[in-house]
Write a protein that binds this ligand. Structure first.
Ligand SMILES: Cc1cc2nc3c(=O)[nH]c(=O)nc-3n(C[C@H](O)[C@H](O)[C@H](O)COP(=O)(O)O)c2cc1C
Length: 246
């Protein structure tokens, strides 16, 4: 009484509800493979989350071109990883219960495949399964500029229930480096999945932040970009006039 049901190989006995939150992670060939890698790094530290990773062939290429990681390093961050062609993998079936899927980054090609239910790769199939089972599908769609075909694809995906979360940097938190920018987006992904994160504190309002002395120094590149032209003309290089908060 009350004991969990055991999995039987013939599938005639229902499986127990998994105690772990299984999360499917897809990495495609859009630029920004570091987003998927950072997500895996963070989730690796969460004992109750089990990651199931699929990397497309172009995704493997961008990992090598854009980061110091090897594909093997990235695969080792996940609890399980699958070949993109393995459309018979567990995550290709809705009966394999997961807490959702994140595609980080998501190319337009993969977004188009999912929007048109063209599920001939394991990423597209797992995403389609995630949507049909009513589970969260978070897509860090990355392309710019966007033509009308991209926009129509995004509308179709939103109508199907996907969460479109393009990796767009925010500057209100005064990012100091690329890590801050990547972490900010990944924090939003984890928030959307109701998973804990300590990467980014929740916004408490501008006035509270200033009175608490919570202002960090902006990155020098941002200082340069926002330098008061009058001060620059006066030769006050590096001295920045405080901007009023909006
Ligand atoms: C370095 C590099 C950066 C790329 N960046 C993007 C991008 O930001 N967005 C995009 O949709 N495709 C981008 N591509 C093209 C995709 O990799 C290509 O369309 C590929 O077919 C996507 O396949 P996949 O979705 O199966 O990974 C990039 C390719 C390379 C080599």
């Amino acid at each position: 009484m009350g004991s969990a049901l055991r999995e039987d190989p013939r599938g005639s006995v229902p499986q127990e509800v998994p105690p772990l939150k299984r999360l499917v992670v897809g990495i495609t060939g859009a630029t920004g493979s570091i987003y998927g890698i950072r997500l895996l790094e963070i989730l690796r530290g969460q004992a109750d989350v089990q990651t199931h990773l699929v990397i497309s062939a172009p995704g493997k290429r961008t990992i090598v071109e854009e980061t110091a990681f090897t594909v093997r390093d990235v695969e080792a961050l996940a609890a399980h990883h699958y070949d993109i062609r393995d459309i018979g993998a567990s995550i290709a079936s809705g009966s394999f219960r997961t807490a959702g899927m994140v595609i980080a980054p998501c190319s337009i090609k993969t977004a188009g495949a999912i929007a048109s239910c063209h599920t001939d790769s394991l990423i597209a199939r797992a995403a389609d399964v995630t949507l049909k089972e009513g589970r969260p599908l978070i897509m860090l769609l990355r392309e710019t500029p966007l033509h009308i075909g991209h926009l129509k694809c995004m509308v179709a995906l939103a109508e199907m229930g996907a969460v479109l979360l393009p990796p767009m940097p925010a500057f209100y938190n005064r990012p100091k480096d690329l890590d801050d920018i990547v972490n900010h987006t990944i924090a939003r992904v984890l928030d959307r999945l109701n998973l804990p994160q300590t990467l980014v504190a929740e916004w408490q309002g501008t006035a509270r932040r200033v009175s608490a002395g919570g202002r960090s120094q902006p990155h020098p590149a941002l200082v340069r970009a926002t330098r008061d032209p009058r001060a620059a003309r006066a030769g006050l290089r590096g001295r920045v006039r405080r901007r009023r908060q909006p």
